[in-house]
Structure formats: structure tokens, C-alpha cells
Design a protein around this ligand. Structure first.
Ligand code: FAD
Length: 414
């Protein structure tokens, strides 16, 4: 990918800007980390925003037309993302549906499932969540214990999930279950689409230290799922889950997107703050800003290369793990440099607009800094991604996995 827009991309960008200006009155506008007071109102506003954007052709840009998308390129999708950020439109409410669940339904769903789910997902008529992690299996996802047992035309699900982003507002989820405990842990799994409003599904929001609830515990008590809601064959759940996980690593940083505040925001803050520092501090601050800018731009352009490879027909591979790792590291450097530039102001969460006035987005640098450790865990922790890079990219010897070939019910961990 050329780092500058091609003439076609420039024309597309201009069209996106025009569309965003045309629909500005119907869209939510927020800075990263700002939330409206009323969560239910905010949810409705975000659903409306996604619907307006979808109707304007700005959601699912790179999805195939047969699935309700725009059949555009990943470069165009990246342009829409950049322009939404520029217009201060917050992340789409159905970001997990768009980034992870939708691509999984596309790849492994039946035509009837495509018909039933995809168009509504794009318009946020249905919001989706991803029900993978459990209290004793996050990184070691294949060790999960939630069971699904066949009963006539249904499967009966029992167990618990945790850290389920958006489950409290979700209408559907992709649910990974164990259907054959007698098989080795990767072989006995099956994936389903679950109706989050079905009897027996209980969602309990987890309260975060900032007061908000982004994640949930989800309990399944004899929840019945029709066999027609299965994604992929019984026992093929791990293969289906890998589609989700690879897409997740591209969605979270693997495309070179800024995970939080951009290097341009940092440059504006630095321009406002550097002149007021003593010469000694200015040297240190310039170094921090320079390091962060190099990491963030390096990540952005490497991400463009990955997007180019994918738009030319390649599949997201283990290099997406490197992208997520590099994206998180770069974002940490950017927000650490931002908070250091604020100096004492950082303590009081004031003076944090890009221009240093504090009027616009107070506290955004600190909020971003507090949010990043979560991103370094979600979708594969830094340590686990390093394992993947070591084994699948560098060809280093794999870590010992003594339970890999043993039946799950013989004990999942060594
Ligand atoms: C912001 C956020 C959003 C999330 N959203 C969702 C969601 O929507 N749906 C969902 O299903 N889950 C979600 N999760 C859960 C997330 O996927 C898990 O937290 C993650 O996979 C890590 O699993 P764990 O918490 O069980 O940690 P553990 O696996 O218990 O890891 C604990 C520590 O041990 C390290 N470790 C573990 N195994 C190894 C190894 N083999 N080698 C080296 N180090 C290792 C880890 O890196 C980590 O530092 C979310 C998490 C966060 C933070």
C-alpha cells in the first residue's frame, strides 16, 4: 500500500467525509473515553448511529455484497475508520459482531444463518458478543468446561463464561462449548449461535473501577439451542474459534489502527506543552514523544502492509499476533508520553484537551492509559502472542503441552 491515498482512495475519503457531514446530526460524537450519563440512552444512541452509518454504506465496507456489505477494499474500510475517528464518532456498538462474530458466521454459517443474522448485525438491529473465556480458561481456551449435550433437535447448555464484553446489551452471541469430553481438549468442542434472551441465560455485569460495566459474567442453565444454530460440524469448534481469534487479532490492532489516542493527538499535545517546560525536561519529553511517534507510525504502516496482503486474497495469519503486540506497545508509549506531558495536570484530569485547555475531552489521556492494560489482555495476552510468534513465525520449539492429546475428562492440565 502506498502510504498516501491513491486518487481512488482520496476520492473515496472525500465521499466518506461528505456522508459523515451530511448525517452529522444523527450520529453520536464523543472523544475516546467519554461516556454519556445514562447507559441505556447511550446504547440506543449508539445503535441509531450504527444504523445511520450502515444505511449510508459505511458499515461492513469490505464485506461481500451477498452478505449485505459494500464489497469494498480493506483500505476503504480503514479509511472509514480513520474518518469516523476524525469526526469523533465513537467505536461502533457492534464492534465485536463486525470484527469477530460476523466473519465467523460468514465463514462457517449456513445460507440460512447468513440470511437470518448478517444484515441485522450490520445495522446493529442485533448486537453480538463473543462467549469464549471462562473462569479457568482464557489463554488456554481449549480447556473450557461449558457443556452442550445433544437432546433430539436441541442441544442443552450448562456452564459459565466471563469477561464477555457487551453481553449486557447483546441479542446474540457465538458460544464455544464442550460436546465430547472423551476427546482431547481441542477435538471435543462445538460452536453455536446463542440467543442471549433465551430462558436460562443470566447476564451479570462486572463493575469496573471507573464505575462503568463493559464486561459480564454469563451463566447458562439448561439453555436449549436448536441444532440449526450450530456453526460448523460437531467437534469442529476449535477450527471455527480459530477463525474468530484470527479476525480478533486483526480487529484489535492488527490492521495498524491506533488503539486509543493517535500520534497526531500526541503531536498536538506536545506542541501545546513543550514550550512551557524547562530545557532539561524538554529534552526528556521530546525523546518520549519521538519514541512513541516512531513506534505508532511504524505500527500503522506495517498494519497497512498486512491489510494490503489480506485485500490481495491472503488470510490473516500469525503475523496478526505481531501486529496486535506492536499496536499495544505503541499505544502504551503514546499514552504514557501524553500523560507525562500533562505533568501535574494529569493528577487532576484537567488540561487534557489536545490544545491543553481542558475543555475538550478532559481526562482522555489518563483514561486511555488506564484502558490499555485491558487491551494487552483481550484477544490474547502479550505473553501468549509472543508464544505464537516464537512458535509459528520464528519456528522455535513449542512449549510443553502435556494435555494436548489426552482425553479432556482425563484431566485438562498437566
Ligand atoms: C478488555 C477485555 C475484553 C475481553 N472481552 C472478552 C470477550 O468479549 N469475550 C471473551 O470470551 N473473553 C473476553 N476477554 C477475556 C480474555 O480473552 C482473557 O482475559 C484472555 O484470553 C486471558 O485469559 P485469562 O484472563 O484466563 O488469563 P490467564 O490465561 O489465566 O493468564 C494469566 C497470566 O498468565 C499468562 N499466561 C497464560 N498462559 C501462558 C503461557 N502458555 N505462556 C506464557 N504466559 C502465559 C498470561 O499471559 C497472563 O499474564 C476480555 C478480556 C479483556 C481484558
Amino acid at each position: 500500500m502506498d502510504f498516501d491515498d491513491t486518487p481512488d482512495e482520496a476520492a473515496y475519503r472525500a465521499r466518506v467525509r461528505d456522508l459523515l457531514a451530511e448525517h452529522a446530526a444523527d450520529l453520536v460524537h464523543l472523544d475516546a473515553g467519554e461516556e454519556a450519563g445514562d447507559a441505556a440512552e447511550q446504547e440506543q444512541a449508539l445503535r441509531r448511529t450504527q444504523r445511520v452509518l450502515a444505511d449510508a454504506g459505511l458499515v461492513g465496507v469490505a464485506w461481500a455484497a451477498e452478505h449485505g456489505g459494500q464489497a469494498g477494499s480493506l483500505a476503504q474500510q480503514a479509511i472509514v475508520g480513520q474518518e469516523l475517528a476524525r469526526a469523533r464518532v465513537p467505536a461502533l456498538i457492534n464492534h465485536i459482531g463486525l470484527g469477530m462474530c460476523g466473519p465467523t458466521v460468514v465463514a462457517h454459517g449456513t445460507p440460512a444463518q447468513h440470511e437470518r443474522y448478517l444484515a441485522r448485525l450490520l445495522r446493529a438491529d442485533d448486537v453480538w458478543c463473543q462467549l469464549f473465556s471462562e473462569p479457568a480458561s482464557g489463554s488456554d481456551l481449549a480447556a473450557l468446561r461449558t457443556t452442550a449435550v445433544r437432546d433430539g433437535e436441541d442441544w442443552v447448555v450448562n456452564g459459565q463464561k466471563v469477561w464477555t464484553t457487551l453481553a449486557h446489551v447483546a441479542d446474540f452471541g457465538i458460544l464455544l462449548t464442550r460436546t465430547d469430553p472423551g476427546k482431547p481438549k481441542h477435538a471435543g468442542l462445538t460452536m453455536f449461535v446463542v440467543d442471549m434472551h433465551a430462558p436460562g441465560v443470566t447476564v451479570r455485569p462486572l463493575r469496573q473501577m471507573g464505575g462503568q460495566s463493559d464486561f459480564n459474567e454469563v451463566f447458562f442453565d439448561d439453555v436449549r439451542i436448536l441444532d440449526s444454530e450450530r456453526l460448523g460440524e460437531p467437534g469442529e469448534g476449535w477450527r471455527v474459534a480459530l477463525t474468530t481469534l484470527l479476525n480478533e487479532r486483526v480487529a484489535v490492532g492488527g490492521g495498524g489502527n491506533d488503539l486509543g489516542l493517535s500520534v497526531e493527538s500526541l503531536a498536538r499535545l506536545a506542541a501545546a506543552k513543550l514550550p512551557g517546560l524547562t530545557p532539561e525536561r524538554r529534552v526528556l519529553a521530546r525523546q518520549a514523544v519521538g519514541r512513541a511517534a516512531v513506534a505508532a507510525l511504524g505500527n500503522r504502516y506495517t498494519g497497512y502492509r498486512r491489510l494490503t496482503a489480506i485485500s490481495q486474497g491472503g488470510l490473516p495469519g500469525p503475523e496478526a499476533s505481531a501486529g496486535k503486540l506492536a499496536g499495544t506497545a505503541a499505544s502504551r508509549l503514546v499514552s504514557d508520553a501524553g500523560v507525562r506531558l500533562l505533568g501535574d495536570d494529569a493528577v487532576f484530569a484537567v488540561g487534557t484537551g489536545d490544545d491543553g485547555t481542558g475543555e475538550d475531552g478532559a481526562g482522555r489521556w489518563q483514561r486511555n492509559q488506564a484502558w490499555l492494560p485491558g487491551i494487552a489482555i483481550a484477544g490474547g495476552t502479550d505473553e501468549v502472542l509472543r508464544n505464537i510468534i516464537g512458535e509459528r513465525v520464528l519456528g522455535l520449539p513449542p512449549e510443553p503441552r502435556e494435555d494436548k492429546h489426552r482425553p479432556f475428562d482425563a484431566g485438562s492440565r498437566a
